[in-house]
Design a protein around this ligand. Structure first.
Ligand SMILES: C[S@@+](CC[C@H](N)C(=O)[O-])C[C@H]1O[C@@H](n2cnc3c(N)ncnc32)[C@H](O)[C@@H]1O
Length: 417
C-alpha cells in the first residue's frame, strides 16, 4: 500500500503525556445528550476531526483523534475515545469520522438512561474458575433459570472492519492508542484477557476475544472483556446477542444452570456436524474444542450428526410455502423434539417459530399461539429484544387469524393459491 500518514492535521494528536482527562476540555462533561454534527469530510484533509477550540463542549471525545489513511480507504480511520462513556467505563472507536459521528447519534450516547442497568458487576451470579485445557472460564455461583441475565456489557473497543485495509503498523498504532486512551480499570480489563502469545500484544487479544457485531448496518469487531471469559460449548447453557441501539452485549441463561456448573456459550453455528464444528473452531478461533459434544464417542457423534442432518431437512420442508409443500405440524413437532434432544440452544426460537406457523397454516389457533409465545421468549434471548421475529411471533400469538400464514395449508378453504 502507499502510505499517507496524515500530517495535514493542523492540530496533531495530544501526546499521552499531555492528554490528561482532567483538563477542562477532556473532563467528564463529555457525556453528551446532544452533539452538533461535524461538517462532512472535505477532500483528504483532517479538518473535520478537530473540535472547535472556542466551544470545547461540542467536542465529545477525550483525546484528539489520531488518524491514518491510504489509497484503499477513501476517508481516514482514526481513534475516537470517550472516557466518560457508560458510567466511566469508557470506549474507544476505530472508525472514520463520519462513522464515529453516526455512532454518536445512537441511544447509547444520546439517552443517558438506556445504560442504567448495564455494566453492573456487583454481586455477580458467577465466579472465575480454571478449566484444564480451556484456560479460565465462569462457573455459576447460584441457580440460574432460563431468561436470567448473567451480565450486560458495553464494549471497550470497537473497530471498523475496514481497519484491516490500513498497513499493519498503522492499524496497530491505532489499536494501541485505543487501549491506552481507556480509563485505567478498563485498560486493566483489556490486558487481563486471554491471548495466544502470537504477534502484537494488543492485536493478539483482539483476535482471541473480539466478537463480530453490526452497528448502523456495518460490520465491526467489538471487545467485551466480561464475555471474553466465557468458554465455548457446542451445547451451551447461555446465549448472547448484541443490541446496536445500546451498544450492549447481553448474556442470558437458556436453561437452568446449577451452582458449580460452567456457564458456556457457542462461538459458532452449533447446528453443524462435529467435523464442521471442530474445523470451524480451529480455523476461526485457533483452538481444538474440548467440549463434551466434541469429545463424545464416535457412535454417539454419528447419531448426533444424523439428527442434525434431519433437522436441516425438516427446516427446508417447513420453509416450503409453495402449493406443493409437504409440510405438516407433525414435522414441526419432530423438529422441536430433535432440537431439544440436540440441546440446540440458539435455534429454539426458530424451531418454535416454524411450529407456530405450521399450526397457523392448518388453522389451529391455540397451538399456534402457544408456540408463538415460546418463540418470542427464546428469540429475545438468542437474537435480541428487537429482532423482527419477536414482533412477528407476538402478532401471531395475539391474533393468528390476521397473519399471512393463517390456513395457508388448508386445501379447499380458498386460502391456497
Ligand atoms: C474468549 S476466550 C475464553 C476465555 C479463556 N478460556 C480465558 O482463559 O480467558 C477463548 C479461548 O478460550 C479457550 N477455549 C474456549 N472454549 C474452549 C473449548 N471448548 N475447548 C478448548 N479451549 C477453549 C481457547 O483458547 C480460546 O481461544
Amino acid at each position: 500500500f502507499s502510505r499517507i500518514e496524515l500530517d495535514t492535521i493542523s492540530h496533531p494528536p495530544l501526546s499521552f503525556d499531555n492528554a490528561c482527562p482532567s483538563l477542562p476540555l477532556l473532563s467528564g462533561r463529555n457525556h453528551i445528550d446532544h452533539v452538533d454534527p461535524l461538517p462532512p469530510p472535505r477532500n483528504q484533509t483532517q479538518e473535520y476531526t478537530r473540535p472547535t477550540p472556542s466551544n470545547p463542549a461540542d467536542f465529545p471525545w477525550t483525546f484528539w483523534p489520531e488518524c491514518y489513511s491510504n489509497e484503499l480507504i477513501p476517508e481516514p480511520l482514526c481513534v475516537f475515545s470517550q472516557q466518560s462513556f457508560a458510567g466511566s467505563r469508557g470506549i474507544s472507536i476505530i472508525a472514520t469520522s463520519s462513522e464515529a459521528h453516526k455512532i454518536l447519534q445512537i441511544p447509547a450516547f444520546t439517552q443517558s438512561g438506556v445504560l442504567g442497568l448495564v455494566n453492573d458487576y456487583t454481586n455477580p451470579p458467577y465466579a472465575e474458575h480454571d478449566f484444564p485445557g480451556k484456560g479460565r472460564g465462569l462457573i455459576a455461583t447460584k441457580t440460574l433459570y432460563r431468561g436470567d441475565e448473567i451480565f450486560a456489557s458495553t464494549p471497550l473497543l470497537i473497530m471498523d472492519s475496514e481497519a484491516y485495509l490500513l498497513v499493519e503498523k498503522e492499524r496497530l498504532k491505532l489499536a494501541h492508542h485505543a487501549v491506552a486512551n481507556l480509563p485505567r480499570d478498563s485498560q486493566a480489563s483489556f490486558w487481563a484477557m486471554v491471548h495466544h502469545s502470537r504477534g502484537d500484544a494488543v492485536d493478539d487479544r483482539i483476535n482471541t476475544n473480539a466478537f463480530d457485531v453490526q452497528i448502523n448496518g456495518k460490520p465491526w469487531h467489538a471487545v467485551f472483556p466480561e464475555i471474553a471469559r466465557i468458554n465455548h460449548d457446542c451445547r451451551p447453557n447461555a446465549a448472547y446477542f448484541f443490541d446496536p441501539e445500546t451498544l450492549t452485549h447481553y448474556v442470558h441463561a437458556t436453561r437452568p444452570i446449577h451452582p458449580g456448573e460452567e456457564i458456556t456459550i457457542t462461538y459458532i453455528n452449533n447446528a453443524q456436524s462435529r467435523q464442521q464444528r471442530t474445523n470451524s473452531l480451529q480455523r476461526n478461533w485457533g483452538f481444538h474444542c474440548s467440549c463434551a459434544a466434541c469429545r463424545a464417542n464416535p457412535a454417539l457423534t454419528h447419531e448426533s450428526d444424523n439428527r442434525l442432518a434431519q433437522i436441516e431437512e425438516l427446516e427446508a420442508k417447513l420453509d416450503d410455502w409453495s402449493a406443493d409443500s409437504e409440510a405438516t405440524p407433525e414435522m414441526a413437532e419432530m423438529l422441536i423434539g430433535l432440537s431439544e434432544q440436540e440441546r440446540l440452544s440458539g435455534s429454539m426460537g426458530a424451531a418454535y417459530k416454524r411450529a407456530a406457523m405450521s399450526y397457523s397454516a392448518v388453522g389451529d389457533r391455540w397451538v399456534a399461539a402457544r408456540y408463538a409465545r415460546l418463540s418470542v421468549e427464546y428469540t429475545m434471548l438468542e437474537r435480541g429484544f428487537r429482532d423482527p421475529d419477536v414482533w412477528g411471533m407476538r402478532a401471531l400469538a395475539s391474533d393468528p387469524e390476521m397473519q399471512w400464514s393463517w390456513k395457508k395449508r388448508v386445501k379447499g378453504c380458498g386460502c391456497r393459491p
